[in-house]
Design a protein around this ligand. Structure first.
Ligand code: PLP
Length: 304
């Protein structure tokens, strides 16, 4: 993978004044615990025409992740200042060739525990949204169901296991995507090992729809507070769907529910609502009109 960040901002310590830095220059000490242990937390935000979507939800989740991890988080105001600085220095965002939503950037805001004996610090990178994201929104992804080994709901009362925390340790998530790709799929959905309950995508939430003639659609997702990451995109979609009179419901969902759904999506902040085209090699229907509605819900472009 080639580096993609087009601008970067550092807050060191996390309460410090945001400072624009060269994104390609080294800024991390070799003993930084974010680097050596994945000991830190992060958020990825979607910025459209300079507007950071769901900023409050992302900042709230960053603060929750940081609290559980015993880390400080930069204030919302500092994050906004850092964001403005980074966006000002970045070239114009990229545009989705299939449905031009505006100029799009992906922003990653991370907090690390820092070097031993040092202070936690934060940094933010701004990058254009990559072509492959646009291709996934348009063409969808095939997924492999991969067992996660245990039910993360068992961890939800064990704070030292960092339940629901978006930690910097994404090595397992990336390994799951690599495993899926090496087996002919494009992405992975985790399931519990005992009853194969659907949990979440490797870097996304799972949402599916059931439709019936003459009735509003029903959206379903696994229970977001049971050890998986509570997705800001899934929450935004469900809020808008409720306003439109759609039914929404929370799991449990099983592989059969995905295979018999009217449509299934992986939802996440930058990829938005990516249609799932196949599960374990078995085709799943897609619904471009519903995908468009979910995308509009995410971007606040619905009229309700
Ligand atoms: N679940 C996991 C494991 C993720 O990594 C992500 C996003 O990165 C999500 C869910 C979706 O979260 P959001 O919609 O807030 O981007």
């Amino acid at each position: 993978m080639t580096p993609t960040a087009s601008s970067a901002v550092v807050l060191s310590p996390v309460t410090g004044t945001p400072r624009l830095v060269d994104p390609l220059a080294p800024h991390v000490g070799l003993e930084d615990q974010g680097l050596t242990r994945g000991d830190g937390v992060f958020e990825t935000l979607h910025v459209l025409d300079g507007d950071p979507y769901k900023f409050d939800a992302h900042h709230a989740r960053l603060c929750a992740s940081a609290r559980t991890s015993g880390l400080p988080a930069p204030s919302a105001q500092l994050c906004r200042e850092a964001l403005a600085l980074g966006l000002d220095a970045a070239p114009p965002g990229s545009r989705d060739p299939f449905r031009d939503l505006g100029a799009e950037h992906s922003v990653k805001l991370s907090v690390s525990r820092g070097v031993p004996g040092g202070q936690p610090w934060a940094w933010l990178t701004v990058a254009p949204v990559p072509e492959q994201t646009f291709a996934a929104r348009r063409g969808g992804v095939s997924v492999l169901l991969l067992e996660r080994g245990h039910d993360p709901a068992e961890d939800s009362d064990l704070p030292w296991l960092l339940p629901g925390v978006k930690t910097l340790s994404y090595a397992v998530n990336m390994a799951a995507v690599r495993h899926a790709r090496s087996h002919g799929a494009q992405d992975a959905i985790f399931t519990t090992s005992t009853d194969h309950r659907i949990l979440e995508g490797a870097t996304s939430s799972v949402v599916c729809a059931r439709t019936a003639a003459d009735a509003p659609p029903t959206l379903l997702t696994p229970e977001p507070s049971r050890g998986i990451l509570p997705g800001t995109s899934q929450a935004r979609i469900f809020d808008a769907a409720r306003r439109h009179g759609w039914a929404v419901d929370y799991g449990p969902l099983y592989p059969q529910d995905l295979l018999t759904a009217s449509a299934v999506w992986l939802t996440s902040s930058v990829r938005l609502a990516v249609p799932v085209t196949a599960v374990d090699g078995r085709p799943v229907p897609t619904d471009p009109a519903l995908t468009r509605s979910l995308t509009d819900f995410l971007l606040g472009r619905d009229s309700a």
